[in-house]
Design a binder for this molecule. Structure first.
Ligand SMILES: [Zn+2]
Length: 319
């Protein structure tokens, strides 16, 4: 038995074409619940899911508003799209929609360059992070490549999503700074399995991008292992919503075993993630009765995480 699992990167109410109706968003939340994920950090959704906070039978959600991106520099219908001169306004809008997090898209393919490039000039990103902090929010960013992660960590960001550009050879200083400032890393291992497919699709038009995506994918375990060894806090997030189904946090945690110890993985998807998000992290008198039960010790085989024997939310057995 352990505190309920945490999906630290998912998108409730978001599918590949954009926002979905409330009844579909409810199915997303129920799928997370069945998997034992009772605390969700929503890393950006165009759907307003705040009505779920009234529902005792649904997981607790900590939101980041909508993704903040630039026109034509991210997936269509997902983000609040602005040019850099309007980024601060977007930060204020999305801070008001969220629960203490703001989500930036840090890099994406630039079709004129034919490669990943940062969306925001470094000084603009820094001003945006400062503004979010002044509003009492933490900031995280979608980042695949090497340059944007270095600039955003230097600028004072609080979290990095995906983070495949944390190359221990070229970005060692960035890794050290993340460890020193305890900047959270959520690697989204299942999502990264799509990189070779992105590369194949882009091969003819954008060969440099395709090469980079294959390289980031090929060395991902060494990248995250170096971050872990340096002391960067790492948490489990599935990137469900958009293109991946909800309810796969157990699979994500099992995939993290490729560079973390079993006990570390369990903390990263349960009590350590709860503490990081400011929620009770132990099953003790007075704490919320949000817990998950497995038929055998997951430290022996993490695959049992995919099939909880029981899920208890707010003291009621829900699965
Ligand atoms: Zn995501």
């Amino acid at each position: 038995m352990m505190p309920g699992l945490v999906d630290a990167h998912c998108h409730v109410g978001l599918e590949s074409t954009g926002a979905v109706p409330d009844d579909v968003a409810e199915q997303h939340a129920l799928a997370e619940r069945s998997a034992g994920a009772l605390l969700l950090r929503d890393a950006g959704s165009p759907a307003d899911t705040r009505w779920m906070d009234e529902r005792e039978d649904l997981p607790r959600i900590i939101r980041a508003g909508r993704h903040i991106a630039r026109p034509k520099r991210y997936l269509r219908n997902y983000g609040d799209e602005v040019e850099p001169d309007a980024l601060l306004d977007a930060v204020e809008r999305q801070a008001a929609r969220g629960d203490g997090w703001v989500k930036l898209v840090g890099d994406w393919i630039d079709r004129e360059v034919g490669d990943l490039t940062p969306l925001w000039p470094a000084d603009v990103a820094r001003a945006a992070i400062d503004r979010a902090h002044a509003l009492g929010c933490r900031v995280t960013a979608h980042v695949f490549g090497e340059q944007a992660v270095a600039e955003l960590v230097e600028a004072g960001i609080d979290g990095i999503e995906h983070g495949t550009g944390l190359d221990p050879e070229t970005n060692a200083a960035t890794i050290d700074l993340m460890a020193q400032r305890q900047v959270a890393l959520v690697p989204t291992m299942i999502q990264l399995e799509n990189f070779p497919g992105f590369a194949d699709a882009a091969q003819d038009k954008f060969p440099a991008y395709a090469r980079r995506m294959r390289h980031l994918h090929a060395r991902r375990h060494a990248t995250f292992g170096a971050a872990l060894d340096a002391g960067v806090p790492i948490y489990a997030g599935t990137d469900a919503g958009g293109y991946l189904p909800h309810g796969i946090v157990g699979r994500e945690m099992a995939a993290m075993r490729s560079f973390m110890g079993a006990e570390q993985v369990l903390g990263a998807g349960s009590w350590r993630a709860r503490a990081w998000l400011g929620r009770p992290d132990v099953l003790a008198e007075g704490a919320p009765a949000d817990l998950v039960v497995f038929a055998s010790d997951p430290r022996a085989d993490l695959r049992v995480l995919g099939t909880p024997a029981a899920v208890v939310l707010r003291g009621r057995r829900v699965a």
